[in-house]
Design a protein around this ligand. Sequence first.
Ligand SMILES: Nc1nc2c(ncn2[C@@H]2O[C@H](COP(=O)(O)OP(=O)(O)OP(=O)(O)O)[C@@H](O)[C@H]2O)c(=O)[nH]1
Ligand SMILES: [Mg+2]
Length: 367
Amino acid sequence: MKSLVISVDLGNADYTAHAEEFLMLARGAGADIVEVLTVRRSRPDAAGFIGSGKVEEAAALVKATGAEVVLFDQPLSPAQQRNLERHFDVRVVDRVALILDIFALRAKSHEGKVQVELAQLQHLSTRLTRLWTHLERQRGGIGVRGPGESQLETDRRLIGVRVRALRERLERLQRQRLTQRRARARGQTLSVSLVGYTNAGKSTLFNALTRAGAYAADQLFATLDTTTRRVWIEGAGQVVISDTVGFIRALPPMLIAAFRATLEETVHADLLLHVVDAASPQRDEQAAEVNKVLEDIGARDIPQIRVYNKIDTAGYDPRVERNEHGTIARVFVSALQRKGLDGVRQSIAEFGGLTGNNAWNETVQPE
Ligand SMILES: Nc1nc2c(ncn2[C@@H]2O[C@H](COP(=O)(O)OP(=O)(O)OP(=O)(O)O)[C@@H](O)[C@H]2O)c(=O)[nH]1
Ligand SMILES: [Mg+2]
């Protein structure tokens, strides 16, 4: 789909990385980017985020390039989005909607699809305009429409009905997960969850550790569903390892809310392996973003071991680093080349040993 990208430079130091990441997201959603308009602003304009001169410029670009959609690299308020759409006469997809769109593309499991649809509907319900006509096509059913209601009100009401149905379905799925987790807890199995920024290499590491076939790919949000495998680790015994959805800066809160069921696995893990792309210049900032999301979902106090992945490109040797208590705090690996995996196993095994005598809470603190 022919897309015009509007990128707003708010003067932050990491603007370039932010802009590049957005282009990756756009391509991930299947956008054919015909032009990128960069706008420098010190702060957002209340009416249209960018000033009226730039709005005119963008509108002219939409015409000239034949763009069918405008992708905006910031979150827009419903009013800002409406204003821009009125000027452009094509749909405007903000950063939040774009991430939701990619999630919709990638969702495979029933649960994943339900979660994404829920988040999408919640995002959409506040910003329905005549350009979002697909809802009209989905509208059906005699008796749903109240007397004198406008089209948009009807759509909003239908969304409310659907949101409630999806929530109920999710609750059922959540109860099933809870039962499974309780069974595992009874078996005293150590549970380890892989967390990290999107594209850090979680699924690749998961596959390397479990010899499973989780989908790993050079795309943002390749994984949406939680996959769990049992492995035997010398010194730790039976361990349950989970691979899950990656995080990104400014992850839309509604998405976190919708994905709470998937993230439950992480919230209840005994140990988190925080996978970092050691080759990324943004790795520290990305790790901080991941910790922010962990905080949001209530998983910030779970013991964490940092796994620096992709050392083959970053130019490090495989090794483990210990903290001042002598506990392994950092492991350097190449999941792709399967180097340093013994360090990961060792860190899990040592943690398992510590858990046995309850000493871990003093010695393994999240960074
Ligand atoms: N060079 C190098 N590339 C790696 C390594 N580990 C993973 N990759 C590549 O990084 C890309 C992302 O890997 P994934 O395992 O899908 O990453 P992920 O963290 O699961 O990503 P999401 O599911 O999107 O959050 C893929 O192209 C992998 O081949 C590594 O150790 N070295
Ligand atoms: Mg993955």
